[in-house]
Design a protein around this ligand. Structure first.
Ligand SMILES: [Zn+2]
Length: 338
């Protein structure tokens, strides 16, 4: 199937996180029809990673995720672009990787694998399961695909997601001395966080904090007994010093509930590509067993997850040749690796 047709076929099968089964079956059938051996690796009741290979010694793997964020947006196109959910994140990438792998086969390169995970957009349970797959030990290089504008991402920031919860004492709003406001405590903590300069890193850049959610209180005439804020921090250092800093800000005024985190990761740096550090997280930190990681893909992260998601058709085509160059260079050990 031709590149754009394959992209649109994948996009026409909705696969919001948790609902990847149908697109996984499509990929299995498609890859088997091309002659790949395909395994469905169970992750949960209706979620399977797709793992495809040509022989027993796949050394270089191309991978990305099958799930998308909601809501589903069916594919449309014009001469320049394909629009819709998954166009750049990441079904266009799946299509370019399969197309690149098929071209490499024609050159006689068969020590390659393809891996497509579930659940990347939420908890990376697909990647965590994949990390335990026996093929991981044989993998030397894992080229992960995410929208990097076809630049080689040599680092990705980590993420640290947490809630801050405060407690007060409910009372009639006309008698504030009888109560204690959980919302005022929370606002004080958040104000302190907003005025804190967290450590940055020369390579990864600036640590940024988003106060993404806030809720609390019971009614306008009640002093609020509880309040809570959700934060997402883009890590450029290890998580621990940031957590320590937060604990010393919050002190006994509230409680920190850690939801998830992934540390910043450095990827392989090879000559001959445009390079950058990206601010988003990928499956890579959850797959340390899969050799040295690389990260490259068509499309822009700035339109991923939006209602206007699209990918340029010429960027899909360019990434097919970039993936081929990378795989060929890694297999033949001809790349200058910094
Ligand atoms: Zn993605």
């Amino acid at each position: 199937m031709e590149l754009f047709e394959l992209t649109k076929s994948l996009m026409s099968i909705p696969s919001t996180s948790g609902e990847e089964e149908a697109v996984g079956f499509f990929l299995r059938d498609h890859l088997e029809s091309l002659g790949w051996t395909v395994e469905l690796q169970p992750v949960s009741a209706n979620q399977n990673n797709v793992i495809a290979y040509l022989n027993d010694t796949p050394r270089v793997w191309l991978s990305t995720h099958m799930d998308t964020v909601p809501p589903y947006i069916a594919p449309t196109e014009d001469d320049e672009k394909i629009y819709g959910r998954g166009s750049c994140d990441a079904k266009g990438i799946i299509a370019t990787q399969i197309t690149a792998a098929e071209q490499l086969r024609k050159e006689g390169i068969e020590d390659i694998g393809l891996m497509y995970t579930v659940e990347e957009e939420r908890s990376s349970t697909g990647a965590k399961a994949a990390n335990l797959h026996p093929f991981a030990a044989k993998c030397e290089y894992m080229i992960n695909g995410e929208p990097t504008d076809n630049d080689l991402a040599i680092g990705s920031k980590g993420t640290f997601r947490l809630n801050i919860k405060t407690k007060g004492k409910a009372a009639h709003s006309a008698y504030p001395d009888e109560g204690e406001s959980a919302i005022e405590k929370l606002l004080d903590i958040l104000d302190d966080i907003r005025h804190t300069k967290f450590p940055d890193d020369e390579f990864f850049g600036e640590t940024t904090v988003n106060i993404g959610t806030i809720e609390g209180g019971a009614a306008l005439n009640v002093i609020p007994p509880t309040a809570e804020a959700g934060l997402a921090i883009r890590l450029t250092t290890k998580k621990q010093p940031i957590e320590d800093a937060l604990r010393s800000i919050v002190r006994d005024r509230g409680e920190i509930e850690i939801l998830s985190f992934s540390e910043p990761v450095r990827m392989l740096d090879v000559d001959g590509f445009n390079k950058k550090v990206v601010r988003f997280t990928t499956d890579i930190p959850h797959m340390p067993n899969w050799g040295k990681p690389l990260l490259l893909g068509p499309g822009s992260i700035l339109v991923a997850h939006t209602k206007d998601e699209f990918v340029f058709k010429r960027d899909l085509e360019t990434s097919v040749s970039l993936y081929q160059d990378l795989v060929r260079g890694l297999i033949q050990s001809s790349l200058e690796i910094d």
